[in-house]
Design a protein. Structure first.
Length: 228
């Protein structure tokens, strides 16, 4: 009888664990990708007036799965300031917004660039609508190795997210969300105006985990776009 009891307890424990695992998997793959557009894809570079930068990227979500495609356009207008407009779609139905860059400490000699991006982003995912007030503290340093240029950067974005929804099961609330983002931009000789970027985003609280890869295109109003 003791062995039968042990066997029944084992089976009960096994089935309970299996059901818990199945429930976790179901939730992971059906949960909406809230705030899955929280990417940085930027460094301490400030463009000269009349100079533009187009960044296109693919964002793979590491928790719930799915892909977002995004694009951002940067414009320089003063020595320490820039403007960014962004848009995207995919696993997250739609998102768009605008940011202002301020880099009071430039990248010089052994000194890294230090500054911040601040702005507003709107995102829609199924019945959920989020308006996010976002600040991206940013530190980066340009490193030249032979003819290859790396610009690694780190950011710890802080978000205030205001949510509303037509779904009665979704709690409408204002929450703080925090991340840690690590990335780098890469310039390969002889191409100066076509570069590459990649980053990983880590969820500290109420933010997505993700990996992003993208291309960065530089151009200006007078000469248009050329690779070098």
């Amino acid at each position: 009888m003791r062995y039968i009891s042990q066997s029944l307890n084992f089976r009960s424990s096994f089935f309970s664990s299996a059901l818990s695992l199945l429930a976790f998997v179901a939730i992971s793959f059906t949960a909406p990708a809230w705030a899955a557009y929280y990417g940085v894809l930027d460094n301490g570079e400030v463009l000269a007036a009349g100079r533009y930068k187009l960044t296109t990227d693919m964002q793979a979500l590491t928790k719930n799965g799915g892909i977002n495609a995004g694009a951002a356009v940067d414009v320089g207008f003063q020595e320490d300031f820039g403007i960014r407009a962004l848009i995207g779609f995919g696993k997250t139905d739609f998102y768009g917004g605008a940011m202002v860059k301020w880099m009071p400490i430039p990248d010089l000699d052994n000194q890294p660039a230090i500054g911040v991006n601040v702005g507003i982003i709107y995102g829609k995912d199924e019945d959920i609508n989020d308006l996010t007030f976002r600040a991206e503290p940013l530190v980066s340093k340009r490193v030249v190795v032979d003819q290859t240029v790396f610009t690694p950067y780190v950011s710890a974005p802080v978000n205030v997210r205001v949510r509303n929804s037509n779904d009665p099961d979704v709690k409408e609330e204002t929450r703080m969300a925090f991340q840690l983002v690590l990335g780098s931009q890469l310039q390969i000789a002889p191409y100066k105006n076509l570069q590459f970027t990649g980053e990983i985003g880590l969820d500290l609280d109420q933010s997505p985990g993700y990996v992003s890869l993208g291309a960065v295109w530089y151009f200006d109003a007078q000469n248009g776009f050329s690779l070098n």
